[in-house]
Design a protein around this ligand. Structure first.
Ligand SMILES: Cc1cc2nc3c(=O)[nH]c(=O)nc-3n(C[C@H](O)[C@H](O)[C@H](O)COP(=O)(O)OP(=O)(O)OC[C@H]3O[C@@H](n4cnc5c(N)ncnc54)[C@H](O)[C@@H]3O)c2cc1C
Length: 659
């Protein structure tokens, strides 16, 4: 019999569901809260906000992260902003409009009820953060300022210069620290979760490695929440922080948690292009730059060739010879089309030979028009730190005048190209953010819940903080209300013994391979396979080749890996080896999902399924579902389980950003 997924979506019309849920949900008796322990793995925006909220509510929280401080979680990298439907500008925004834009942006592959809830709580997030003292940008009159992000025709993105993630994380960290001081949150930094412990079918604890001493430790609790971020680093080169990994999520998947929509990977259009084979990291240039920057390539192939040869510079090409291809193809949204659309359009131009750097894999992002219109001071106020970051990496300052043609000043443009950035897929969760393992919850980027096949800019922070501050603290109580009568399980139970033994055996296995190749050299090769065969343009044939190559490379990893040092004490190479083992599982999962989805939608582009204009062609008749995968052992194809999507408030249609 086919497996049934209970997504626990409340009955009733979409706009009422969350209010309905909250009105009837079970809350834990305050006295019982003191007896209940919750493990929160991760201190990014999702984890820190959840730990702070749960502690504030009276639960005992054990909060772990791999960095030496919660403030160093990957979330600090977020630049551009966070969405909310405040409509301070009176520009026609509303909860419904944010909901609609997000569902449409996700190419109609998100769960409708979840997205409506997200749009509803978006406004509370801004209030919460302002109350914490987050220094959002303000207008001259004092009002919180907004800018636009892709896929929206209103200005709903709140920001703190180009450092929004950092400022939001400092806010969450303050609340979390307050609970640490109050004794409600116990913080474990430099700890990595290696396994989840299941007792009688429920998540009851974790095995974590003390990254400094190398020792394994056991933690038991009434529920486990993972907030461990995305799996973008499977591709080796990405905009993610170097420490981002999917070990916790993959281990939960191995233990029975379904993994949903892994093929939905976001490729961000505005990253600094790859500039050599020694690179281990890519840098994002925030989407906010597309508010004022215009994307273009030359109209004439001769100009493109001259740019590639280095005999011409972008600023020598006059206005009439520039092709602002996004404005040409999508007049209604112009440079602010969603990321998947902008990335594919850049690839299309470069594939046709119009790339503007020596590799032919770059397009221009040009501020000449906006600097001429607004002045350099205004542009620097908006994007100063991004301009400086670009200069630090490329030695080109985008605010420098380079040429004057017919009385028009031309400034040095940025060069950008798409790169792996975010993962919409993740651990499957129901409406309560509970995974398919009772007692195990997943929040933030590591779950799949809200973005469908493509995430709109500035929506990840919104989702992470919605989950952490406003959704999980309610929904987890529905589960915990039953748990108060059970005693917490001891860490001396056989399930803990077994889990710890298995983690230890894996560590020994990796240490004892004693081959010749470093972790990074194999990871880099995996990244090349992923980008080539499971990247921006996928085909059935290419995906099969990719799977075969990954399988072969995994064998190489298992037989020829070299991890220096010992397992005792700090061993960063060992930690990376554990991560790489899990990137292999993840990479294959992405490819399986991509192969099974014979359609194009959002970040998943199968070249066989495109319109004559090169747009993604969905197949709603056959693929209108969440693809959930169940682990079936190393080397075996996982089993696909479908959660059908049901839309009642939004008409499912072909995405249109042209008019
Ligand atoms: C360059 C860049 C810019 C971005 N800009 C924006 C933006 O402007 N707006 C927006 O909305 N989104 C943006 N994003 C996306 C957004 O930053 C992330 O999606 C979001 O911050 C993820 O938050 P998180 O809390 O889910 O995970 P993370 O911030 O990745 O935190 C993960 C946490 O889990 C911990 N962890 C991981 N594995 C383990 C383990 N095994 N054991 C213990 N702990 C573990 C880590 O230590 C960390 O504390 C950007 C992303 C990048 C890369």
């Amino acid at each position: 019999m086919a497996k049934v997924i209970d997504s626990k979506i409340p009955a009733g019309p979409v706009p009422e569901k969350w209010k309905e849920y909250k009105a009837h949900q079970r809350l834990v008796n305050p006295k019982n809260k003191l007896k209940l322990d919750v493990i929160v793995v991760g201190t990014g925006l999702a984890g820190a906000s959840a730990a702070a909220s749960l502690g504030e509510m009276g639960f005992n929280v054990i909060n772990l992260c791999i960095q030496d401080s919660p403030r160093r979680a990957h979330s600090i990298a977020a630049q551009g902003g966070i969405n909310a439907a405040k409509c301070y500008q009176n520009d026609g925004d509303s909860v419904y409009r944010l909901f609609y834009d997000t569902v449409k942006g996700g190419d109609y592959r998100a769960r409708e009820a979840n997205v409506y809830r997200l749009a509803e709580v978006s406004n509370n997030i801004i209030d919460q953060c302002v109350a914490q003292g987050v220094p959002f940008a303000r207008e001259y009159g004092g009002m919180l300022a907004n800018r636009s992000f892709g896929g929206a025709q209103v200005s709903r993105t709140f920001y703190a210069k180009g450092q929004t993630g950092q400022q939001l994380l400092l806010g969450a960290y303050s609340s979390q620290s307050c609970q640490v001081k109050a004794g409600k949150v116990k913080l474990y930094t430099r700890y990595e979760m290696e396994d989840v412990v299941i007792v009688d079918g429920r998540a009851r604890g974790i095995i974590a490695k003390n990254l400094v001493t190398g020792e394994l430790e056991r933690f038991s609790a009434n529920a486990v929440v993972i907030a461990t971020g995305g799996y973008g680093n499977t591709y080796f080169l990405s905009t993610n922080a170097m420490g981002c990994n999917c070990t916790a999520a993959v281990q939960c998947y191995r233990k029975g948690a379904y993994f949903a929509n892994p093929s939905y990977v976001q490729i961000h259009p505005t990253c600094i292009p790859v500039h050599g084979d020694k690179q281990s990291k890519l840098t994002l240039m925030s989407e906010s730059l597309r508010n004022d920057g215009r994307i273009w390539v030359p109209k004439n192939i001769e100009d493109a060739k001259a740019l590639q040869a280095g005999t011409k510079q972008g600023w020598e090409i006059p206005e009439e010879d520039r092709d602002y291809y996004l404005e040409r193809r999508y007049p209604a949204f112009g440079n602010l089309v969603p990321r998947d659309v902008a990335s594919r359009a850049a690839k299309e131009r470069c594939d046709k030979g119009f790339g503007v750097n020596n590799t032919g894999l770059a397009v221009f992002l040009d501020f000449s028009e906006s600097i001429n219109r607004l002045g350099i001071d205004v542009i620097m106020q908006r994007y100063g730190n991004l301009f400086e970051m670009y200069e630090e990496i490329t030695d080109v300052f985008p605010g420098d005048v380079a040429n004057e043609i017919n009385g028009v000043k031309y400034y040095k443009p940025m060069m950008i190209y798409p790169a792996i950035h975010y993962t919409m897929g993740g651990i499957w969760v129901d409406y309560e953010l509970q995974t398919s393992i009772p007692g195990l919850f997943a929040i933030g980027e590591c779950n799949f819940s809200d973005h469908g096949a493509n995430r709109l800019g500035a929506s990840a922070l919104m989702q992470g903080l919605a989950d952490g501050y406003f959704v999980l603290p309610y929904t987890i109580q529905n589960y915990l209300a039953d748990q108060a009568i059970w005693a917490k399980v001891g860490t001396d139970r056989p399930e803990f013994d077994e889990a710890e033994k298995a983690v230890n055996a894996e560590i020994d296995r990796l240490m004892n391979i004693k081959g010749k190749r470093s972790v990074d050299s194999i990871h880099k090769e995996l990244g090349h396979i992923m980008w080539e065969y499971v990247g921006m343009g996928r085909t059935a044939e290419g995906l099969k080749i990719g799977l075969k190559k990954m399988h072969e490379l995994e064998k190489e990893f298992d037989t020829n890996l070299f991890v220096p040092g010992t397992k005792e004490g700090l061993n960063i190479e060992l930690d990376k080896a554990i991560h790489l083992r899990d990137f292999f599982t993840m990479g294959q999962l992405v490819a399986f999902d991509a192969l099974s989805r014979n359609e194009s939608c959002g970040g998943h582009f199968r070249e066989e399924y495109q319109t004559e204009e090169g747009e993604a062609k969905r197949d709603d008749e056959n693929y209108f579902y969440v693809g959930c995968w169940e682990y079936k052992g190393k080397g075996n194809e996982p089993e696909l389980i479908k959660e059908p999507l049901e839309y009642e408030a939004i008409k499912v249609q072909t995405r249109n950003y042209k008019n």
